[in-house]
Design a protein around this ligand. Structure first.
Ligand code: DAH
Length: 341
């Protein structure tokens, strides 16, 4: 039996010393020291020994158990250091390698100008109103005093969703005026930027989708003077204090009187050139005093309140602001173009 124990000792210590993983080591522990292990098996036969041999063999067996336990622990510790070293080697990163540059986008020129316009109006006490792009013809036209046969309603110009021409893609941001007046009591001071849609072929100055910024002010005693002051403030903040403006009579169904506002051509100072097509002026927006019929239709007493409204094309503002000559550049989203702003 002593011989068995000594053989086991040599074999097991050699195996432990060679174990190359924590799993293999655990298998060895079970194989030698487990309940059904080889050392246990030997100990089970101790009953057959004589009184004299038993304590000697017993002591030998205990020593072997301790020796093996110690050897396994030592090997486990050594292995885990090795494991850690291997992992550290495998996961090594070189923090001195320059990082991959992340492409940070830029504000689109339309957003830059819209942000500027919003800030200018916020400074004058305006808030921002929103309205749907899918709109009722009622709001887009009827409540804005467009008669039944008004040419703007034409199917050649307007995207309708339904055969009865009741639902459409809004052709202007002006329906937001109606939505605001129907739900808010005066005084009202809002602007409303957003997309609008018209059946236009794409070219250097047209796109079937573009942006407008609508403005609406309703209060007691609002006059054309307020309209002029407000729009001059906008255009001078955008284009510089020396920007020269011109208010020209015009017609819109929902304002009376109505006007268009031009800015003197920056290129030629009003003499007429290629940029202003020889006009000396560049048309920027439409505006007017809100028609009493529109006010009344929205439940506002037109004998007590008056107001003005305006609609600006955001693309046009942006093209002027950044000297962009072709509208298509704004929508093509070529980063070589966009990176210039
Ligand atoms: N909605 C007009 C257009 O698309 C622009 C406009 C003109 C808006 C006069 C207004 C306004 O609010 O008062 O051409």
């Amino acid at each position: 039996m002593k011989k068995l124990l000594l053989e086991l000792k040599d074999a097991s210590l050699a195996a432990i010393a060679q174990a190359d993983s924590v799993d293999a080591l655990e298998n060895l522990r079970v194989r030698y020291l487990g309940k059904k292990g080889e050392l246990t098996a030997i100990l089970k036969q101790m009953g057959a020994l004589s009184e004299r041999e038993r304590p000697v063999i017993g002591q030998l067996a205990n020593e072997l158990r301790e020796r093996l336990t110690g050897a396994i622990e030592a090997r486990r510790a050594a292995l885990s250091v090795k494991l850690l070293e291997a992992r550290l080697r495998a996961e090594k990163i070189d923090v001195t390698i320059p990082g991959k540059p992340v492409d940070i986008g830029k504000k689109h020129p339309l957003s830059t100008v819209l942000d500027e316009v919003e800030e200018i109006f916020a400074d004058m006490g305006f808030t921002i109103a929103e309205g749907p792009e899918i709109e009722y013809a009622d709001y887009n036209f009827t409540k804005l005093n467009h008669g039944e046969g008004h040419p703007a309603r034409d199917r050649q110009d307007t995207f309708y969703f339904t055969d009865d021409d009741k639902i459409l893609l809004r052709t202007q941001t002006s329906p937001v005026q109606v939505r605001v007046m129907e739900t808010q009591a005066p005084p009202i001071r809002v602007i409303s930027p957003g997309r609008v849609y018209r059946k236009d072929e794409v070219d250097a100055t047209h796109s079937p989708m573009f942006h407008q910024i609508e403005g609406l002010v309703i209060d007691k005693g609002i006059t054309m003077g307020d309209l002029k002051g407000t729009l001059n403030t906008l255009l001078r903040k955008l284009y510089g204090e020396r920007a020269v403006t011109r208010f020209r009579p015009h017609h819109f169904p929902f304002t009376e009187p109505s006007c268009e506002v031009d800015v003197q051509c920056f290129e030629c100072g009003g003499r007429g050139c290629r940029v202003c097509k020889g006009e000396g002026w560049i048309e920027i927006l439409g505006a007017g005093m809100v028609h009493p019929r529109v006010l009344e239709g929205c439940g506002i007493d037109s004998t007590a309140y008056s107001g003005f409204a305006f609609g600006v094309g955001l693309e046009r503002l942006t093209m002027r602001r950044f000297d962009i000559s072709d509208l298509r550049l704004i929508f093509e989203n070529d980063v070589r173009f966009l990176n210039q702003f």
